[in-house]
Ligand binder design. Sequence first.
Ligand code: BTN
Length: 240
Amino acid sequence: RKIFYYNSVTSTNIIAKELAENGLEEGTVIIAEEQTLGKGRMGRKWSTPNGEAIAMTIILRPEISPFMAPSITPILAVSAVEALRKLTGFDVKIKWPNDIVLDSKKLCGILTEMNSDMDMINYIIVGMGLNVNQENFDDEIKEVAVSLKSFSGINFKRKIIIAEILNEFEKNYEIFKVKGISEFLDKLKEYSVLLGKRVKVISINNSFEGEAIDIDKDGSLIVKKDNGEITKVLSGDVSV
Ligand code: BTN
């Protein structure tokens, strides 16, 4: 597996896209010590201060339908949760669809982007930002962000965490290609921080409140609205 390692980049997702356009193969990993233009979901920024966090992006070229591509996010989330639980023992959880949380605050975010033609995927790039050794956060995010160190006072070796996450992901990705997301439903439910909770859903065309009651077999979130109506949420922002 090829690993590209940089001191400072704009965004590992941007570099990954360039490398993927140039034909770099599946499994290529891009890692950076610092990002100057880190991207979050929905046009938000993502901060990767020098040497303290993990910013990495994986290039994938699965022969699956483009409709299945969004499932890569929960597959990486499950893999990271398992790696982190094993290495730290902390009670990390998944906040559907793409966050990993610790102590009700955001520890890690995932940004999956796809390039496809008709019904063929050219490439998927899946980027992960994980807060590891930051001691504190900027005022505007300090109520909602956490790192392994700010939670525990312990310094962690990023290399070991990266290796464990990649190993778990490689294993789960092979299973996913053969069996699909349904194979991971039990784990997604077990690790979910939202199930059974009241949630506020904000998606592109509407927003509403209700109770998160289940994760569907395609990986979407099932919410029971206050008027009793049951709805499937395919993507969006969900807060507790
Ligand atoms: C989110 O929670 O909004 C997603 C955050 C994703 C951040 C990672 S860091 C590595 C990769 N490069 C980026 O620019 N973004 C992703």
